[in-house]
Design a protein around this ligand. Structure first.
Ligand SMILES: C[S@@+](CC[C@H](N)C(=O)[O-])C[C@H]1O[C@@H](n2cnc3c(N)ncnc32)[C@H](O)[C@@H]1O
Length: 358
């Protein structure tokens, strides 16, 4: 039987590659990821089935030619990427002195150069209303000028089986004149995956803070835990953090689902702001995973979640290993698009891509 050709993908601003790992799992051929962060690139390289991890600065126009060279000038079916949102301003190409646009523009230039069948631009939901919606209008205009039909939507991660409250804006362009219908939710409110269902099998630490590779001490209990552990024998990146007795005492006074507002007067005063001293609730999806600010705590244990626990809540399977020091690992996880969100988008997008050889 003739083997189906997998759609080829370039991931721009790939980070550790949460978004592109989802596309890989959905049957895409991720050829290359580009970023300027070395530890994120190492993680990307180790988890993307031989994809090229290109260390490049997307402020430089010449990187596009190098991307083409490194992928042997193969035809590219899809370009995905999440440019940093500081990279958007209103002046567009017209103001050459406004450097902020360069990063977003690098994605427009890559789409113009490679002419993929589709592109997916991911960002924070706030991008939709930035400058009263003019930033988004500008993005749509730039890609429409290249001949793409554009559709956009804010997706809510728990709707797609991810145990975390996280919203992301996706702008999808197709070059065949069709409108993209976003994937339907697979979970409904009341049925969302909770923190306990997601990480309840991962052990705590006593004096032993754990090492980067350890054994599972508990059996998986829920379908989500079983799915996450499917390809893993050992547990990576489950390393504890040693808090001072004072900090542990404050954390222990925060109830499940509570935050600094639940602390008695005089307790934890040094850090009383919006997201501070927030404890996850075992029966709900977690708060939005951050890049390691140490403001969120395990629903049961009096400590911050480990990199692995955060990765689980972001829907990274346990065989996705993170590299770099612990601070870098937390940052990679917090910056990522949940792979499961990428997966559902990838499955849906395949319906719109007619790939030669199919
Ligand atoms: C939000 S993160 C991307 C996360 C990624 N999409 C994922 O799902 O894992 C944005 C990335 O842009 C990268 N970046 C920022 N400025 C850059 C530049 N000038 N050139 C290349 N990459 C850059 C950062 O290093 C960071 O990894």
């Amino acid at each position: 039987m003739r083997k189906k050709k997998r759609p080829t993908v370039i991931d721009m601003f790939c980070g550790c590659g949460g978004l592109s790992r989802g596309f890989l799992d959905a049957g895409y051929d991720v050829l290359l990821g580009i970023d300027n962060n070395k530890s994120a690139l190492k993680t990307f390289k180790e988890n993307h089935d031989g994809a090229i991890a290109m260390d490049g600065d997307l402020f430089q126009g010449s990187t596009i030619l190098e991307m083409a060279h490194l992928t042997d000038n193969k035809s590219i079916d899809l370009i995905i990427g999440g440019p940093p949102c500081q990279g958007f301003s209103l002046t567009g190409k017209r103001d050459e002195n406004d450097e902020r646009n360069t990063l977003f523009q690098s994605m427009v230039n890559a789409v113009g150069f490679f002419q993929p069948k589709a592109f997916v631009l991911e960002n924070v939901p706030g991008l939709a209303t930035l400058y009263n919606g003019k930033a988004k209008e500008n993005i749509i205009k730039e890609f429409s000028n290249l001949g793409y039909t554009i559709n956009s939507k804010v997706l809510y991660a728990p709707d797609y089986g991810i145990p975390q409250i996280r919203k992301r804006l996706f702008i999808v362009g197709l070059n065949n004149g069709m409108n993209f219908d976003f994937p339907e939710p697979v979970c409904i409110p009341g049925n969302y995956i909770s923190c306990e269902e997601a990480i309840g099998d991962l052990h705590d630490f006593n004096d032993d803070l754990g090492v980067d590779v350890c054994k599972y001490l508990n059996d998986p209990k829920t379908p989500y835990q079983k799915k996450m552990r499917k390809n893993s024998i050992h547990l990576f990146n489950h390393v504890g953090t040693k808090h001072t007795p004072e900090v542990i005492d404050v954390i222990s006074q925060v109830p499940e689902g509570g935050n600094h507002k639940d602390l008695p007067p005089g307790v934890g005063e040094s850090r009383k702001f919006n997201e501070a001293w927030t404890r996850y609730h075992s029966k709900s999806p977690s708060k939005t995973i951050d890049t390691g600010h140490r403001n969120h705590f395990h629903y049961k244990f009096n400590r911050v979640p480990t990199v692995r626990e955060n990765a689980r809540l972001q829907s990274f399977a346990d065989d996705f290993r993170f590299f770099g020091n612990k601070t870098e690992q937390y940052k990679q996880v917090g910056n990522a698009v949940p792979p499961l969100l990428g997966y559902h988008l990838g499955i849906q997008l395949k319906k719109y891509l007619s790939i030669d050889g199919e």
